[in-house]
Design a protein around this ligand. Sequence first.
Ligand SMILES: [Zn+2]
Length: 294
Amino acid sequence: MDHQGVPLRGAVVTPDRSTPAMHDAPRAPAMHAMAMLRPRRWLKRVAAACRTRLQARFLGTVMRVETGEPIAALTFDDGPHPRNTPRILDVLERHQARATFFMLGCNVERYPDVVAEVRRRGHAIGNHSWDHPAFPHVPACERRRQLAQTDQALGRPTLRLFRPPFGSLDGRSRLDLLRARHQVILFDVQAEDWLGHPAGQLVENIRRDMRPGSIILLHDALFSAEQPEYSCRRATIDAVDQLLATMSDYSFVTVPELLERGRPEKTFWVNPGDPEWIGQLTRIDYETDAAIAE
Ligand SMILES: [Zn+2]
């Protein structure tokens, strides 16, 4: 069922034969009127179901993949970061895990050595825009510039994965991404590591929602934060270490590998984002932020 309660798959909608009016002879005119209305309602429902399926198929964003295998994908947004990203790479290597890093073009340009190291260790890289605007709130030409400039900084990747900043997307920005041939990757598990939670809470948040085929949202840096101290990534790094140590029955793979091993589950995602909340965030300077305690 979709969010409007419309059956999506194998939809066979039959009239409700238990309705008293159907068996009530003296109210025949009313019955006739209802019978006339029902095909129209039925057609409307079928049209809505078709529209939802088409939107999900052609404009849908990947939330997870359907698989019975114990595999999942860790994803890290807003990097690369000169100190946090290498530490996360070490944790991943210790547990023989692979991950996907959705990078900001402005930081790719600033820290090319970190990008090269991420690649060298076999992780995947996706586009997270140039400098993190909410796509529904910028003009189309700016969206295209953000995409193209970041792709160029990443060396024009053949596999174009995109994660929208703030998870914010509307129909127009989704069409721009379709034209630019970017596959939009969201997530079905959020650690909420942008709120300053301790590592144990982050692990609990992940384990609560994680299942085979999950895509997990984490951050190796924060481009902007509600509180500047939330930019510290120590809890995230510890949480990844604890998660990988305690979930050894799972394989953690890159998003491209996950997509090959299951059927992508897509949703037509519309989330315009809250410009007031975004406007209140503090921009973090990666050179001077608290980063992690040494
Ligand atoms: Zn982000």
